[in-house]
Write a protein that binds this ligand. Structure first.
Ligand SMILES: [Zn+2]
Length: 310
């Protein structure tokens, strides 16, 4: 389920939207919050809060104005009050943080997107975050009668508590400025998401008598569609032993891609073709552990050509 969750690991609001009166009381409104991530240090990240987001716009680098990033979900998300696309505006990361950011860049759930900063004469390191329902509209923002630049989306700005669930397994709450966020437990939010606990064979059926077509490293996130005995189905045709899955989020999470064709596996980038659990059939789930040039590491000493992964 594509729940939209609060994007910081520690919620410590320094200002709610009531304190942003020029935003929340103008003729055109949005409802920004400032979060310093729990400390005065520059150490808090904005993490991808749904299955996938894409950078739609970057503004302000090298200018006096506060650096601003527009992120849009690539599919509808579930919030406490609606199910729709969502667009989020994030202000104040420093110029250096944008060096490796590009419009069109995509991020998966729980991936770090951007570090807090103080660009635009902010008082202390923090992120200024506002949310709109729907997709980015026009230039993504609009100046109101108080001179505040408010987010502009197809369905309009929403309050943070109408947009974000707080995933208790991901975010520690330090300060909410009395905003009534709704908590979501792991049982609800990730009922079907599991993580591989050690390198695990993927088979074409629920048992060891079925052919092993690939292996997934520890930390791979898989979605379980069906269970049969001690076996779990992770795609239309792929099964893994449930004994090596956990709901506990590991320190290092690997997301997956699928092969778009029958695909060779090599021992290193452009290295020797392997015969064990290879070639991978079309539509095989592979972990993305790392990339090097045109190659993707799918497990220890197993690499595949990135152009045939989606
Ligand atoms: Zn602010």
């Amino acid at each position: 389920m594509n729940y939209l969750i609060y994007p910081l690991k520690i919620m410590n609001l320094t200002q709610g939207y009531e304190a942003h009166g020029s935003h929340s009381k103008g003729n055109i409104k949005d409802y920004p919050i400032d979060d310093n991530g729990g400390s005065a240090k520059k150490d808090a990240y904005f993490y991808c809060p749904c299955d996938e987001m894409v950078i739609k716009k970057i503004y302000g680098v090298g200018q006096k104005a506060g650096n601003t990033l527009w992120l849009e979900s690539t599919s509808p998300v579930i919030t406490p009050t609606f199910e729709d696309y969502v667009t989020i505006m994030v202000v104040h990361p420093n110029d250096s943080e944008f060096k490796n950011k590009k419009v069109g860049q995509k991020f998966k759930r729980y991936e770090k997107i951007v570090l807090e900063g103080d660009d635009g004469n902010a008082t202390g390191y923090h992120l200024h975050i506002s949310v709109g329902r729907g997709r980015l509209k026009g230039s993504g923002w609009e100046e109101n009668n108080h001179g505040a630049w408010v987010i502009k989306t197809t369905e309009g700005a929403v309050k943070p508590e109408e947009a974000f669930f707080v995933d208790s397994n991901f975010t520690i709450i330090k300060g909410t400025k009395n905003i009534p966020f709704i908590k979501l437990d792991k049982e609800q939010i990730g009922a079907k998401s599991y993580y591989v606990t050690e390198s695990l064979n993927v088979r074409l059926g629920p048992g060891t008598s079925y052919q092993a077509i690939n292996s997934l490293p520890a930390g791979t996130m898989v979605n379980v569609a069906e269970e049969k005995g001690t076996w779990s189905r992770i795609s239309a045709t792929e099964w893994v032993s449930h004994n090596f899955l956990t709901t506990k989020i590991p320190n290092k999470v690997y997301y997956t891609k699928k092969t778009t064709t029958s695909l060779n596996v090599r021992n290193k980038p452009n290295g020797q073709k392997l015969s064990e659990k290879a070639p991978l059939p079309k539509n095989t789930t592979v972990a993305v552990m790392a990339t090097s040039g045109k190659w993707t590491k799918i497990n220890e000493n197993r690499w595949a050509f990135s152009a045939y992964l989606t």
